[in-house]
Design a protein around this ligand. Structure first.
Ligand SMILES: N[C@@H](CCC(=O)N[C@@H](CS)C(=O)NCC(=O)O)C(=O)O
Length: 210
């Protein structure tokens, strides 16, 4: 196999439609990092990515000799490498809470979203849609207490939430027009109005919501 030349600028191999790529694009935009975004063709693993990422998954982040293939690791790396603005709390207990929220959201919600998008088993998908919608409605109240996910400040947890919430239409999830949903809808608007969020969107993502 030919050796692919190393890149001199930070590069993100990104899928224009995928929530995992989106969360990393968001962190990069929040921090104003100069990065080359290399769009990948979904389902195709290029020779360069295959050399950098043992799983061939998307996204892959490359910074000189470092190649990362897990988005949680990427987000934390970027937060440490570019400390301003900080996207995790300062204190260990609060940091641990943030990390645990991210893991739960990933496991409970992002995983369901991926399964719905794969669309293999219609009966199961209907149930997952309903569960995801109800579960999101269930946490709605927390957004009336704090502007961001369990936090007064915008954090990495919100960078995991925003791409998921942006995809609700695509997932076939409609939030009901009831009082309970209002804090969640307001939270979504706060996230979507952020200049960095707008900057992080690909054309494909822009077309996901009317
Ligand atoms: N947990 C991984 C998930 C990444 C992921 O599942 N990406 C999808 C694209 S949206 C992918 O590459 N799927 C192909 C595969 O898993 O082989 C992360 O956080 O980076």
């Amino acid at each position: 196999m030919a050796v692919v030349p190393r890149r001199s600028t930070m590069t993100l191999f990104s899928d224009a439609a995928c929530q995992f790529s989106h969360r990393v694009r968001m962190v990069l935009a929040e921090k104003g990092v100069a990065v080359e975004i290399e769009e990948v063709v979904p389902g195709v693993v290029s020779e360069e990515v295959a050399e950098l990422n043992p799983y061939g998954t998307t996204p892959t982040l490359v910074d000189r000799d470092l190649a990362l293939h897990n988005t949680m690791v990427m987000m934390e790396y970027l937060d440490e490498r570019f400390p301003h603005p900080p996207l995790l709390p300062v204190y260990p207990v609060a940091r641990a809470h943030s990390r645990q929220y991210m893991h739960r959201i990933e496991r409970d919600w992002c995983a369901s979203a991926e399964e719905i998008l794969r669309g293999e088993d219609f009966k199961r998908i209907d149930r997952l849609r309903q569960e995801l919608r109800d579960s999101l409605l269930g946490v709605s109240v927390v957004f009336s207490e704090k502007p961001f996910f369990m936090s007064d400040e915008f954090t990495l947890v919100d960078c995991v939430m925003a791409p998921l919430l942006w995809r609700l239409d695509v997932l076939g999830i409609k939030l009901p027009n009831v009082r309970q949903a209002k804090p969640l809808v307001a939270y979504m608007q706060r996230l979507f109005d952020r200049p960095a969020f707008r900057a992080s969107l690909t054309d494909t993502e822009r077309s996901m919501r009317g």
